[in-house]
Design a protein. Structure first.
Length: 92
């Protein structure tokens, strides 16, 4: 499972799974196992804004912090995404 960063962001790893690269760019956030169960899921738009599809076990504060982090770092994150996926940013 590719992690966008090795360190936690607001106490959570940001990553994606090999079987979900058919979807638009997104990041799972989990402080435990790197699996979709219990994780939040943020779809990323081309301007760095995000749509929360699942909030998992994250608090509102953690969600806001991760969204702000993605907004600042989405271009760098996208560089990893495109090495594994043929889909682009979320449109919708």
């Amino acid at each position: 499972m590719p992690k966008y960063y090795q360190d936690k962001v607001f106490g959570h790893y940001l990553y994606f799974t090999s079987h979900c690269i058919v979807e638009a760019m997104h990041a799972h956030a989990s402080n435990e196992e790197l699996s979709e169960e219990g994780a939040a899921k943020f779809f990323v738009r081309s301007d760095g804004s995000t749509i929360v599809q699942h909030r998992g076990r994250l608090t509102d504060r953690e969600i806001r912090g991760i969204q702000a982090f993605i907004k600042v770092n989405y271009r760098e994150m996208y560089q990893l995404w495109v090495t594994k996926s043929q889909t682009g940013f979320f449109i919708g």
